[in-house]
Design a protein around this ligand. Structure first.
Ligand code: AMP
Ligand code: MG
Length: 335
C-alpha cells in the first residue's frame, strides 16, 4: 500500500487546528491556535471569529511544516461534533470549501473519537478504560460490543469547565485548569461536597460551594487544592468500578485535564493497587488539535465509515453538535 495522507481539521470549541499525518504513523504537521481570554470564560461567537481569522494561516502553516502542497493530501477529515455550534460551523465550512475546491473525499469525525484514538496512538494502551476529561466532556468510556460505550459521566458540567467556572469567578481567566494546578500546590485540604451518583459525577454544586467559600475569605490555594482532590477522587472511584465491570487491564487518561500531574499521580496509584496499567496521553496532545482528527479520520477512511465522496454528498454535510460517542460506528475495532 502506498502512502496515504490525511489532513485533519479541529474546530469544536476554543482551538482551531490543522494536522497532517500519513498511514505510516508519521506526524507531518500540527498547526493550531487556541482562543484564550485574560478574564472571563469562552464566548462562542468570539471563538468562532478567532477560528475564521486564523483558518488560512493554520492551513498554510501545516502545509509548510509538512512540506506538502494541498494536492498531495489524499483526503480531509474534520471534527463534525460534538461541540459549540459557532465553532463547529467554521471548521465544517472550511473543510467543505477545501474538499470541493480540490476534489478530495471528506471524512466526518466525532471529536471524542479523535481524543480516544489519539490516546491509543500516542501510548501503548490497546483497549483501555478511557478517563476522558476535557473542557466540556467528562466521561468514563470503554469499548464493548461494537462501540465505545459511556460507563459514567458528569451530569452537568465537565470537570474542565467546572475548573474554568471556578477560575472565572475568582479572576483566574481562561483556561483556569493550569493555574488551579499551580495554586493547589500551596493549598491544604478543606472539606467540600463529594458527589458520586451511581456511576455518574456532579461538579456544579461543588463549584458553587467553592465560589461561596472564596467570597467568605477562604484562601484560594486551599480551594484549588480541595477542588482538585475531590474532583479527581470522584472520577477515580468511577473509573475503578468501570475497570471491575469490564475486566479491562488498562486505564488511559485523555482530554485537556490529563495535563494535570496530580490527576495522573492519583490514577497511577489506584491502577497500581488493582494491578492495572495506567497511561496518560502526552501533554502535547492532551488538548484539542488537528492530529487527533487526522488519526481517527485515517481509521475511518480505511474502514469506509462516514466518508463523503460525491459533490452532492459533500454539499449536504452538516455539523452534529450533540453527536454522542456511543452513536459512532467503529469498524476498525474488533473485540
Ligand atoms: P480540552 O477541551 O480537551 O481542550 O481541554 C481544555 C480543558 O482542560 C480546560 O477546561 C482547561 O482548564 C483544562 N486544563 C488544561 N490544563 C489543565 C491542568 N493542568 N489541570 C487541570 N485542567 C487543565
Ligand atoms: Mg476536546
Amino acid at each position: 500500500m502506498g502512502k496515504l495522507i490525511c489532513m485533519g481539521i479541529e474546530s469544536t470549541a476554543h482551538t482551531f487546528g490543522v494536522g497532517i499525518i500519513n498511514n505510516k504513523r508519521n506526524i507531518l504537521a500540527d498547526a493550531r491556535d487556541m482562543y484564550t481570554t485574560e478574564k472571563g470564560g469562552i464566548i462562542p461567537s468570539d471563538a468562532a471569529n478567532h477560528h475564521r481569522k486564523l483558518k488560512y494561516e493554520m492551513l498554510n502553516k501545516a502545509l509548510e511544516d509538512a512540506n506538502l502542497y494541498i494536492k498531495d493530501i489524499d483526503f480531509i477529515a474534520f471534527s463534525q461534533g460534538p461541540g459549540l455550534p459557532p465553532s463547529l460551523l467554521v471548521g465544517k465550512d472550511f473543510a467543505k470549501e477545501l474538499t470541493l475546491k480540490y476534489k478530495k473525499p471528506l471524512v466526518g469525525v466525532n471529536h471524542l473519537c479523535g481524543h480516544l484514538e489519539e490516546g491509543k496512538f500516542f501510548t501503548k494502551a490497546k483497549d483501555p478504560v478511557f478517563v476522558f476529561v476535557s473542557g466540556a466532556n467528562t466521561q468514563i468510556i470503554a469499548h464493548e460490543g461494537e462501540k465505545y460505550r459511556i460507563f459514567g459521566e458528569a451530569l452537568s458540567v465537565g470537570l474542565g469547565n467546572a475548573l474554568d467556572k471556578f477560575g472565572r469567578a475568582v479572576g483566574l481567566g481562561f483556561p483556569a485548569g493550569p493555574k488551579i494546578e499551580q495554586l493547589a500546590k500551596k493549598g491544604k485540604y478543606i472539606e467540600i461536597p463529594y458527589v458520586v451518583k451511581g456511576m455518574d459525577v456532579e461538579f456544579s454544586g461543588i463549584v458553587t460551594h467553592c465560589i461561596n467559600l472564596y467570597k467568605k475569605g477562604v484562601a484560594i490555594e486551599d480551594l484549588c487544592y480541595s477542588l482538585q482532590e475531590t474532583g479527581f477522587a470522584m472520577l477515580i472511584e468511577v473509573t475503578e468500578r468501570a475497570l471491575a465491570h469490564t475486566g479491562k487491564k488498562e486505564a488511559l487518561l485523555i482530554g485537556g485535564v490529563a495535563a494535570n500531574q496530580r490527576f495522573i499521580e492519583m490514577l497511577n496509584t489506584m491502577c497500581k493497587e488493582r494491578g492495572v496499567k495506567s497511561f496518560a496521553c502526552p501533554l502535547k496532545y492532551s488538548g484539542d488539535n488537528g492530529i487527533q482528527i487526522a488519526i481517527a479520520g485515517m481509521l475511518q477512511y480505511n474502514s469506509g465509515y462516514n466518508i463523503f465522496k460525491t459533490k452532492q454528498q459533500i454539499e449536504n454535510v452538516d455539523i452534529n453538535p450533540n453527536w454522542r460517542i456511543d452513536d459512532v460506528e467503529t469498524p476498525w475495532m474488533k473485540n
